[in-house]
Design a protein around this ligand. Structure first.
Ligand code: 3PG
Length: 213
């Protein structure tokens, strides 16, 4: 997939088996962290809007690491979506779904992975035209058995389960026919970021990139 041009949600989930869910506390770590992830084979990067540095981190990565594709996570409002677009985000991930977040993504021309955890939420997202969805919080809400159950009534929907996934259980999710990729924070542990251990992050990315699906 070319990383230039407008991305669809299908492009975002197709690129690698894992989308890292990233929390940036120190802006100085953003660019070398992104370089380490790209070196390990992971280029779709979800920077969560959970810290004051998040938008500046997106901007810095978008400018300095052209091989990376910056996305915004934890988007909960149209304002979050607009701020992410201005910071250079190319896709948006939301922990839940509202039509106003969906509309803001359409207006900004950004791909969206809307968060769902129930059948009704899937139906609401589908009614607005979204069919590649984040399943959050995956492990707590029912894990692989729930995804298997959803495959009956929602066989056309593809999911990116996130929340409680690690190298230990990623394969169980990736083996399911309705799982396109998984998301997780394990590629960028707070300790490795604080210690600027880029080798560790590259190794975690490389192992994640090699997961089968
Ligand atoms: C998310 O925002 O998607 C989750 O907090 C990531 O969950 P994890 O830390 O269990 O990977």
């Amino acid at each position: 997939m070319a990383v230039n041009g407008v991305l669809s949600a299908a492009d975002v989930v197709a690129d690698a088996p894992v989308i890292p869910v990233i929390v940036i506390d120190d802006l100085q770590t953003a660019v070398p962290m992104a370089q380490a992830l790209v070196a390990g084979g992971i280029r779709m990067l979800e920077i969560t809007l959970r810290t004051p540095q998040a938008l500046a981190a997106m901007e810095a990565i978008a400018k300095a690491v052209p091989e990376a594709v910056v996305g915004a996570g934890t988007a909960r409002s149209p304002e979050d979506v607009r701020a992410a677009a201005d910071a250079g985000a190319r896709f948006v991930v939301s922990p839940g779904y509202t039509s106003s977040v969906g509309q803001a993504c359409r207006d900004a021309g950004l791909a969206l992975l809307p968060g769902v955890a129930t059948g009704s939420e899937i139906m609401m997202a589908q009614a607005d035209g979204w069919d590649v969805l984040k399943f959050f919080p995956a492990a707590a809400a029912g894990g692989a058995p729930l995804l298997k159950a959803w495959h009956g009534p929602f066989s056309e929907v593809r999911f990116c389960p996130t929340g409680g996934i690690s190298m230990a259980n990623a394969a169980e999710f990736l083996a399911l026919p309705n799982v396109a990729c998984v998301g997780g924070s394990w590629l960028t542990p707070a300790k490795a970021l604080a210690q600027k251990d880029w080798g560790a992050i590259e190794a975690l990315a490389r192992a994640a990139a090699q997961l089968q699906r």
